[in-house]
Design a protein around this ligand. Structure first.
Ligand SMILES: C[S@@+](CC[C@H](N)C(=O)[O-])C[C@H]1O[C@@H](n2cnc3c(N)ncnc32)[C@H](O)[C@@H]1O
Length: 283
């Protein structure tokens, strides 16, 4: 392991805003049973002392360096924010910032999202942001918007809780739209080209400025490569089991995979050339 990573891991141990959870401890009773973490149901009291017990708690899942967590903590001082990721070296960036700037309403959690129900209590969370999640072309149940994950989110979100998905991946965006459709979930806002004039007009009044003004590490890379940014927000409420979009007319993975084209983070094309190749237009 690189020297820099080791240094970050060591510094992570000293951050009071960073909670690191061992999967082994959560699974101590044997898979698939999960042992509840001490913070479950106690985030506001224990991690954000002095906060309003009714303060909305917002999660950023797969937060990487935590750009949304840090930024929204500044915009919404009456809410509390927790960024979750499994990669300690990425979390270090957000946690270092929060510690240094003395931000009191943001924290980070190093854990697998699969174990989220052992970490948050029913109704403890108000909203979930998924920022540039991996599309997981092959493994549907690894997609962070699959019915398997939605069921986990439903068990920690308040009634009427909202999920936001901001992604470069048209495949993941269309898949998530299909999951909403087959389960009758209420879509609040949806666009396939966030920064276009047309989209801005159609989303007016439905989204906050943070959607445009916060650009994560991955978003910046995808924008430099000429990718369009997709966004979808929806209400998670649903009685009974979530259905999978199994019929080709609901979601055809092969055609959306093809439509998405190769995912290139560090290609040689200019943004204009890639846009022309991907969308047939430089806009
Ligand atoms: C493509 S990166 C995006 C990071 C950041 N949100 C951004 O936009 O720059 C996806 C992140 O999700 C995290 N991740 C993926 N699956 C996860 C899981 N099951 N549990 C925890 N973190 C996960 C990865 O570690 C990675 O940091």
């Amino acid at each position: 392991m690189g020297h820099d990573k080791l240094r970050k891991f060591a510094e992570n141990e000293t951050f009071s805003c960073l909670v690191q959870v061992s999967s082994r401890d959560l699974l101590a009773d044997g898979y698939p049973n999960l042992r509840d973490h001490r913070l479950k149901g106690r985030w506001r009291e224990d991690m954000f002392p002095g906060s309003d017990p009714a303060a909305p708690l917002v999660l950023e899942l797969g937060c990487g360096k935590g750009e949304y967590t840090v930024d929204m903590a500044g915009r919404f001082p009456d809410s509390v924010f927790v960024g979750v990721d499994i990669k300690g070296a990425r979390l270090w960036k957000g946690a270092k910032y929060v510690e240094t700037a003395g931000i009191r309403n943001a924290a980070f959690l190093r854990a697998r999202i699969e174990f989220i129900t052992a970490l948050f209590a029913p109704g403890e969370v108000s909203q979930i942001w998924l920022t540039f999640s991996d599309p997981q072309f092959r493994s549907e149940n690894s997609r962070l918007t699959s019915p398997l994950f939605l069921d986990r989110y439903r068990r920690i979100l308040k009634k009427g809780g909202i999920v936001h998905l901001k992604t470069d991946s048209r495949f993941l965006h269309e898949y998530t739209k299909a999951v909403c459709r087959v389960n009758g979930l209420e879509v609040i806002a949806c666009t396939e080209d966030l920064y276009s004039e047309e989209s801005r007009k159609s989303l007016e009044g439905k989204v906050g400025d943070e959607l445009y003004e916060v650009r994560t590490f991955y978003e910046r890379m995808f924008l430099e490569q000429g990718y369009r940014i997709n966004y979808l927000s929806f209400v998670i409420d649903h009685e009974g089991e979530y259905a999978y979009p199994r019929k080709p007319e609901d979601f055809d993975p092969d055609s959306w995979r093809k439509a998405e084209g190769p995912r290139v983070l560090f290609g040689r094309d200019s943004a204009e050339t890639r846009r022309q190749k991907l969308y047939g237009s430089t806009q």
